[in-house]
Design a protein around this ligand. Sequence first.
Ligand SMILES: [Zn+2]
Ligand SMILES: [Zn+2]
Length: 339
Amino acid sequence: MKALVKNSDSHGIWMEDVPQPICKANEVKIKITHTAICGTDLHIYEWDEWAQRNLNLPLIIGHEFCGVIEEIGSGVTHYKTGQRVSGEGHITCGYCRNCRAGKRHLCHKTIGIGIHRSGAFAEYLVIPETNIWPIDNIDSEIAAFFDPFGNAVHTTLSYNITGEDVLITGAGPIGLMSTAICNFVGARNVVVTDVNDYRLKLAMKMGATKTINTSKDTINEYFNELNMVSGFDVGLEMSGNSVAFNSMLDNMYNGGNIALLGLLPNNTKVNWDHVIFKGLNIKGIYGREMYETWYKMTQMLKSGLNISKVLTHKLKIENYNEAFEIMASRNCGKIVLEW
Ligand SMILES: [Zn+2]
Ligand SMILES: [Zn+2]
């Protein structure tokens, strides 16, 4: 089968012919129809320091996908061939304390597809039955990026945001989807910051109350316009940028809640006075809750949440290099590749 393989420690990714994966007893084999490119895939494509530290090559990359079940293992009980599905890319152990407590997103033995084992940028993918998520009548091109949509839902619904003033730092695809979710569940102000005007424009389309390019303006000069007294109730950090995170701390209201999704550099300096004297709560977010986040994602889409505007580019898989270059330019939302 065709697959996008990282096979050498240099810039790029290559289409190769590789053996099809074998579907074992409790596994499901999916014929991939659509995939989406994640920031993680770009790290691997560019072969940066993170990728060099974390990956063993060769590797079929990719973890955002949608497809049709082609084959089921002998022990599979809940799925049939022909069903359209997406799936959770974190494969958890099932036996550790957190797994057994129903908190599988906190499993300390998590294996990521497209990172620790063969990924989804291939004609076929095999994953455990428990990781399958049926998508019913949701568009395949949307289901292709359920993984980051799940990051957005997990982060955004971490706190009660109804009627609250929310600051989202970072208007990448996950920040953009969070913007739509905040609106959908009834936040009062949804303010989005970034330094990229293309993405800030998209944030307005996703329902932001106000976007601020922080390379030109400061956040608090808009408090009056937004009828805000002294800061945000909820902060969703989606940029992984230390300046953005510190500007969030500056602009939080006392007792505010912050969820951190963006990966901040290890040398990030934090003004702890804000955290302590304002009594802020800070929570780290990783992945999606299995499978409560997936349930919420699906039901919100079915009840009217619209995230389709985050999808800005659709390309055929043959044009994967062009897709990675668009991704690297950052002038895009989600990019979906058709197989
Ligand atoms: Zn991803
Ligand atoms: Zn576990």
